[in-house]
Design a protein around this ligand. Structure first.
Ligand code: NAD
Length: 274
């Protein structure tokens, strides 16, 4: 009999994560045992552990890998032996795989966003897109825009160095930091991506003034709790095409499952369960 595959998530305030259920149920459906442990560094018993110690602990315990989330996606990079090209270009790691004594960092958020985008917004115009938020999620959505063929991606973030860093790192030369007021940038765009936490539970509000929306704009959100944010609700109310963040959550998990186990996750089954 095969042993239990050990995986998990390192982050802070992650008790609401649906990843344990998604990963464990998919493994069970495929006929093998997998445990997905939450290693919440904001909670006892892991509260005083640091990221490096936690990573070393799970490696030594024989974990196949771990997901990494807020606030560690950037910090973990320096602790790994190798990075995938994509993780390096994005500048963030959400999946670490331990194999043959080495740790490799991957980023599956970009894949997850791209898959969700194509499912919910396939065929929309991508000549000019405005993205609000240039943190970890924003780096992944920007990379997805490169892959999906966006021609010009305008990055808005009140932390100007974050926007500038993302523009400098992103391959393809499609990104620029916003130079005009957001209203003017949106007036010329075909779509808006929210890559800020605004709209999620605990962060109410809208990341851009709903009065700037038009029916011909598409709107995509990375937030998935709730699935319909105030921004998406306002957009749908005037007839915009929209994409929620739920598919991103499912497909980033599916690709991480592939990497942890070597067995491709059944995407439809994982999505249906979510
Ligand atoms: P982060 O803190 O790294 O980055 C957020 C960025 O948004 C910051 O740079 C901040 O300055 C910027 N910002 C805040 N308010 C803004 C505004 N009004 N206009 C423009 N920029 C603004 O956070 P993160 O890790 O990137 O996460 C962002 C959100 O993405 C969270 O809600 C998280 O849950 C979600 N997320 C979803 C998935 C998924 O699978 N669906 C995956 C990753 C992250």
């Amino acid at each position: 009999a095969r042993g239990v595959i050990l995986t998990g998530l390192i982050g802070m305030d992650i008790q609401g994560s649906r990843s344990p259920e998604m990963h464990e149920a998919e493994a069970a459906a495929q006929g093998f045992a997998l445990r997905y442990r939450l290693l919440d560094l904001a909670q006892p018993p892991e509260q005083d552990a640091d990221l490096a110690q936690t990573l070393e602990m799970v490696r030594a315990a024989g974990f196949a890998g771990v997901n990494v989330t807020h606030p560690f996606k950037q910090r973990v990079m320096a602790l790994l032996d190798e990075l995938s090209d994509e993780a390096r270009a994005i500048g963030a790691v959400n999946t670490v795989v331990f194999r043959d004594g080495r740790s490799t960092g991957h980023n599956t958020d970009s894949y997850g966003f791209a898959e969700g985008f194509e499912r919910q917004l396939g065929g929309v115009a991508l000549d000019r897109v405005v993205q609000v938020g240039a943190g970890g999620a924003g780096a992944a959505t920007a990379m997805a825009m490169v892959k999906l063929g966006c021609r010009e991606l305008v990055i808005v973030d009140p932390q100007a160095t974050r926007a500038a860093d993302l523009v400098a790192r992103l391959p393809g030369g499609i990104a620029r930091a916003a130079t005009r007021p957001v209203a003017a940038e949106i007036a010329d765009a075909q779509g808006i991506i929210n890559a800020t936490p605004i709209g999620m539970e605990g962060h109410p509000g809208v990341p851009v003034d709903a009065a700037l929306l038009r029916p011909d704009l598409w709107v995509a959100d990375v937030v998935y709790f709730p699935l319909e944010t105030a921004l998406l609700a306002a957009a749908r109310a005037i007839g915009c095409r929209t994409a929620h963040g739920g598919d991103m959550a499912v497909f980033q998990a599916a690709r991480a499952f592939d990497l942890f186990t070597g067995h491709p996750a059944n995407r439809e089954r994982m999505a249906a369960r979510f």
